[in-house]
Design a protein around this ligand. Structure first.
Ligand code: PMP
Length: 400
């Protein structure tokens, strides 16, 4: 008899973490693998942010803080939303947590009853369905094909809503597709949501600054202010400021959400690390030039990868509008044979083949709810990306 709770039986470990582990295991055996499984900026955290953390630790900011965050960090987040997104939230409308992931987990824990549905436009961030299931909900995958730019449309949304719908998840720029919604597209989704007042909206905007070709990011909250009383805007410092390991995410939303999430936090993690909160204040209030520098580097890498992948016969890649991933179509490889005679039955087989023969780790589209694709992270140096594309190209060329 297992002593592990049954609620865990439906939950898979993170596919991107698994890809990264598989790459590490091969490396430990001496195989030279390029790991493009996990997505995190390869830049160091900007020096002024690290300095602020050091000063905070030295000056005694080393105690527990209030569960939803220090007054300073909540104020810094509120002014970020005003300055960058044109959203009017007060410090009391803000909560910080240990990463955007914990924000999402807390939001679901605070709201999901058994059997409640969460609409997940696919391809989606791998953790969404697993968190929903872990907390008793039912993930409802809505496949958003390449022809819609991997984006949810009003008619797809309308069809997915049932009396049991509790949440709609949106993520822009999207992981893994990089899709960015225009203001008009968000308003059109908002018009559908206006007809279903019991549906809550979680807008995950963690890649907001990693957006290309001169696009202007529009927050869901800005496009649909009439839905403010049921919208949770989720964001964090991980991607914009190269701070994945600091573990700070934040959200703005209606008072009942914030209160419930703070209660959960006070009885689970107490608070976010006090020093990481001080670093977040410096990140949000300080100079933003490194954010621009990171964005430019990610755009250059996007171009490099799009150009390289497009030259490979058998793969497709519409240029991502943001984030730091390439969601590569591999439909024309399915059903074909590797040099060892194994049939590539699905995108998981393709990703495995690319790992063993191409020595590049990627994550199969199955993990994101939309096949046949595989995702590579472009958050690594130009040299490594160039080599990875060459390896993928050589491996694909051998498929019969
Ligand atoms: N949302 C999305 C869409 C992500 O891709 C990620 C990280 N991969 C997260 C949330 C998690 O962010 P954090 O590191 O702040 O928990």
């Amino acid at each position: 008899m297992s002593y592990i709770a049954s609620r865990l039986s439906v939950v898979k470990p993170s596919a991107s973490m698994a890809a990264s582990m598989a790459a590490k295991a091969l490396r430990a055996r001496g195989v030279d693998v390029i790991d493009l499984g996990l997505g995190e900026p390869d830049f160091p955290t900007p020096a002024h942010i690290v300095e602020a953390a050091y000063q905070a630790a030295k000056s005694g900011q080393t105690l527990y803080t209030a569960a939803p965050g220090t007054p300073e960090v909540r104020e810094a987040v509120a002014s970020k939303f005003r300055r960058e997104n044109g959203l009017d939230y007060k410090a009391e409308d803000i909560v910080v947590a240990n990463g955007a992931k914990q924000i999402i987990f807390n939001a679901l824990m605070a709201t999901l009853e058994d059997g409640d549905e969460a609409i997940l436009p696919a391809p989606y961030f791998v953790s969404y369905p697993e968190m929903v299931k872990l907390l008793g909900g039912v993930p409802v995958t809505v496949e958003c094909p390449e022809t819609t730019g991997f984006k949810l449309t009003p008619s797809l949304l309308e069809k997915a809503i049932t009396p049991k719908t509790k949440w709609l998840f949106l993520n822009m720029p999207g992981n893994p597709s990089g899709a960015v919604y225009s203001e008009a597209e968000l308003k059109a989704l908002g018009a559908v949501l206006a007809k279903h007042p019991y549906v809550l909206i979680l807008s995950d905007e963690i890649y907001e600054h990693i957006i290309f070709d001169g696009r202007q990011f529009v927050s869901f909250g800005k496009a649909c202010p009439e839905l403010k009383d049921r919208t949770l805007i989720v964001n964090g410092v991980a991607k914009s400021y190269a701070m994945t390991g600091w573990r700070v995410g934040y959200a703005a939303g209606p008072a009942p959400f914030i209160k419930a999430m703070s209660t959960i936090q006070s009885q689970s993690v107490t608070s976010v690390c006090s020093i990481a909160q001080a670093a977040t204040v410096a990140a949000l209030n300080g100079p933003q030039d490194e954010v621009t520098r990171f964005r430019e580097a990610f755009e250059r890498r996007r171009d490099l990868v799009v150009e390289g992948i497009r030259r490979i016969d058998g793969l497709t890649l519409p240029p991502p509008d943001g984030a730091f991933y390439a969601y590569i179509g591999c439909g024309s490889l399915i059903g074909r044979k590797t040099p060892k005679g194994e049939v590539l039955t699905d995108d998981t087989a393709v990703a495995n083949y690319l790992l063993t023969e191409g020595r590049v780790s990627s994550v199969p589209g199955a993990a994101y709810g939309l096949s046949p694709y595989f995702r590579i992270s472009t958050a690594t140096s130009d040299e490594v990306l160039t080599e990875a594309v060459a390896r993928i190209s050589a491996a694909v060329a051998q498929v019969e």
